[in-house]
Design a protein around this ligand. Structure first.
Ligand SMILES: [Zn+2]
Length: 308
């Protein structure tokens, strides 16, 4: 790993330290909510707790991704990406299952006793503390993105901002439920909070599906890289195809070049190095460059004519 300041390795390493901090804040949030929940159980608080659990999984995944990529920048660890995606999906499904089990339990209890579950203002201690922790996370992530320019920091800072609103909604829900003693109010706020959890879950699954499908094509960057290559390599070499695919915070670039059939292995080797240098110069979030060399089309036609 290069430790030069502002090098991509250094920036990823710094970003991973920021995620270590935000994971710690998330864990603190879960701790506070759990303690308050055991004292004053409430369906609104349970839903908020569920949200914290999913978001903590998300933070841990971001942290592990950055830790891994800042250390091994040579080849893209496809198997790691897939294992990691399956693990996150699995953990989120378990959290989802536990939540729905408890939610259905709540509904049955509510049906039998016709009573709201939020009986006191005590859950406010958890939701307001949670709100401040989320706001703190937002400020840290936003500042770090400005400094390190790692896309994951920006994505997570937007999420944190959305979650500050979720904390306000949860607090408002507790206040209005206790004040009105109306079950409809409690259920209404619970459902709004669930939307915030779905927002987090969609983020987890979207990321995973993209990773398994091989990333999302970025046409704009592909075109920019093509221009850069055209400026840098010999005019006799055709760029048959160039695709930059986004994978989490990074890009994987696939290039297909058509070269003269008489090109030597040594020349191809040099060309490959030159192409990789040009690509990583243009965009330092490129993680891996894959290049295929084919003989030029004109030659292929001639070759085929000779054969048949
Ligand atoms: Zn969230």
């Amino acid at each position: 790993m290069s430790t030069r300041r502002n090098s991509i390795g250094w920036r990823l390493y710094s970003a991973s330290r920021v995620f270590a901090l935000s994971t710690l804040i998330s864990a603190t949030g879960i701790g506070v909510e759990l303690v308050v929940f055991t004292v004053a159980s409430s369906i609104i608080l349970l839903t908020d707790l569920f949200h914290w659990a999913v978001d903590t999984v998300l933070e841990v995944v971001f942290l592990l991704t950055l830790m891994f990529t800042s250390r091994t920048r040579k080849r893209f660890p496809w198997s790691t990406v897939i294992i990691e995606s399956s693990l996150t999906t699995f953990s989120c499904l378990i959290i989802l299952g536990v939540y729905f089990y408890m939610f259905v339990d709540y509904l049955f209890n509510a049906y039998e006793s016709v009573n709201i579950s939020t009986q006191s203002y005590t859950p406010l201690v958890a939701t307001i503390t949670g709100g401040f922790l989320t706001l703190l996370t937002y400020i840290i992530l936003k500042k770090s993105y400005k400094q390190y320019k790692v896309e994951l920091l920006r994505v997570d800072s937007i999420h944190a901002l959305v979650d500050v609103i979720a904390a306000v909604v949860a607090s408002l829900g507790v206040i209005l439920t206790v004040y009105t003693k109306n079950m409809a109010v409690e259920i209404f706020f619970t459902f709004i909070l669930m939307l915030f959890v779905f927002h987090s879950l969609v983020e987890v699954f979207r990321n995973n599906i993209k990773a398994i499908m091989g990333g999302e094509l970025n046409a704009e960057l592909s075109l920019e890289l093509k221009k850069k290559l055209e400026e840098n390599i010999n005019k006799n070499i055709n760029i048959a195809n160039i695709e930059a695919r986004k994978l989490g915070s990074f890009y994987v670039v696939n290039i297909e070049l058509e070269v003269d059939p008489d090109t030597t292995i040594l020349e191809i080797h040099r060309l490959r190095r030159k192409v990789i240098r040009a690509i990583t110069e243009k965009c330092d979030l490129v993680y891996h460059v894959d290049i295929r060399f084919n003989p030029k089309h004109a030659w292929r036609k001639r070759y085929l004519r000779k054969q048949y």
